[in-house]
Design a protein around this ligand. Structure first.
Ligand SMILES: [Fe+2]
Ligand SMILES: [Fe+2]
Length: 255
């Protein structure tokens, strides 16, 4: 499916208000508002939910190619050239399941969310970013901030408005370290970021990051990652993928 580039209303005042809130302790008024608006969890999907293998619906052709070209360097770190395209394909599926979301925002945020890994100390990515309380590791915060820098560097030249860029940064900043989503677009990016792990390519790559065998890793996906998913569509996709991947990799036997 092709998702047209949606014009984003220039509303710098709204962007400024959100930024001001994030800089304070009481940062979660947007998160509270989102939780109140979507109180049923996982959030039911009003649109179609596709649970077939993600390889059957790659991300839309051409539309974001200029953006991909602008961040080729950033895709060469931490498996981003595998992680980001697969996550984008899941993001587009999620947008079809939740048509009220701003699909352009979800897609661009997903494509860029981990580009900051290319601008941190690579030697610390595995040692700190994937060990212990990895979601709170300093390098996690650094990759989020660097990802915002990438967004601010590449998006204006591609025609995105300043307000749109700042909303993208609101999603990227905290995508790993902030425990809750602040908007439906934020939630869909977060779910896309997790869904890729359930695909066989995600299991192959990510299990090595965490130094786990495939069976241990898929067990962890079921017990730790599925409960983190925000939308019902993501739960359905993850469950279908996990069943397929466990059968394919014979994780019931090879353990
Ligand atoms: Fe990340
Ligand atoms: Fe990610």
């Amino acid at each position: 499916m092709s998702t047209p580039k949606t014009p984003v209303a220039a509303d710098p005042a709204a962007g400024a208000e959100i930024r001001a809130v994030t800089d304070t302790e009481a940062a979660d008024a947007p998160a509270d508002a989102f939780a109140a608006e979507y109180s049923v969890r996982p959030i039911p999907a009003p649109g179609p939910v596709d649970t077939t293998p993600i390889s059957t619906t790659p991300a839309a052709v051409e539309e974001l190619d200029a953006l991909w070209k602008a961040v080729v360097h950033e895709t060469r770190t931490r498996g981003n050239d595998i992680h980001l395209p697969i996550s984008l394909a899941f993001a587009e599926r999620l947008c079809r399941a939740y048509p009220e979301a701003d699909a352009e925002m979800v897609r661009v945020a997903t494509l860029l969310h981990d580009t900051g890994w290319a601008h941190v100390d690579e030697s610390r990515i595995i040692s700190e970013g994937f060990a212990g309380d990895w979601r709170k590791a300093a390098i996690r915060y650094e990759h989020e901030l660097q990802g915002c820098n990438v967004a601010r560097r590449v998006l204006p030249g591609l025609g995105y408005s300043a307000a749109f860029v700042e909303r993208i940064c609101e999603i990227i900043d905290g995508h790993d370290t902030r425990p809750v989503a602040r908007s439906l677009e934020d939630a869909l990016m977060r779910d896309a970021d997790r869904l890729w792990r359930f695909d066989q390519a995600g299991i192959a790559l990510a299990s090595s990051w965490f130094a786990m065998d495939p069976a241990t890793y898929t067990d962890r996906l079921a017990t730790e990652i599925v409960p983190e998913l925000i939308t019902q569509a993501a739960v359905d996709m993850a469950t279908a993928d996990l069943n397929r991947s466990n059968a394919l990799l014979k994780t019931g036997v090879i353990r």
